[in-house]
Design a protein around this ligand. Structure first.
Ligand code: PNS
Length: 160
């Protein structure tokens, strides 16, 4: 079975992430979307909340599973019995960091390959960070995230 892991913070999941999930799920038998439980950053949503939103927005893609993990992505990929990491590239500014991660992961486990998909142009400017900023200042985030995510952001920010 060809299995890939798409690790990330997903705080929250955006249309850009969903684009990468849909397209990479077409390339493999099973895609595991892996939510990082990051103890050094303080996320807006807990790992459980992020997993739940991802599960809801990908419910119609049969070969996608959502999990959370802590520690190294490379270790988690091995635990999942996978060999591929999926990452999206939005712009050249993503490249340096992504290249460094891909190379580090390959040194940590020489059997792991990273597959990069270029984010579709209509979503290439979206980031979870800017979505949070727009929501925080009361802007319209409906073009960046699905309705259920937008609603949960408003609840989180005490606007509902
Ligand atoms: O959505 P993000 O925040 O860009 O995702 C970054 C992520 C989760 C892929 C990266 O921070 C990660 O893999 N963290 C786990 C620790 C690790 O394995 N780091 C890579 C080796 S330097």
């Amino acid at each position: 079975m060809r299995r890939a892991v798409y690790p990330g913070s997903f705080d929250p999941v955006t249309y850009g992430h969903i684009d990468i999930i849909e397209r990479s799920a077409n390339l493999v038998d099973e895609l595991i979307v892996a939510v990082l439980i990051n103890r050094s950053k303080t996320p807006l949503f807990s790992a459980e909340e992020r997993v739940k939103m991802l599960a809801e927005v990908t419910a119609d893609i049969p070969n996608v599973r959502i999990k959370s993990f802590s520690g190294l992505s490379a270790d988690f990929v091995r635990e999942c019995d996978a060999r591929f990491i999926v990452r999206g590239l939005r712009a050249i500014t993503d490249f340096e960091y992504e290249l460094q991660m891909a190379q580090t992961n390959r040194v940590l486990d020489h059997e792991i390959d990273t597959i990069f998909l270029t984010t579709s142009l209509e979503y290439a400017y979206i980031s979870s960070t800017t979505v949070k900023e727009v929501a925080y200042f009361g802007g319209d985030i409906s073009r960046f995230v699905p309705d259920l995510v937008a609603e949960r952001m408003l609840e989180k920010l005490g606007r509902k």
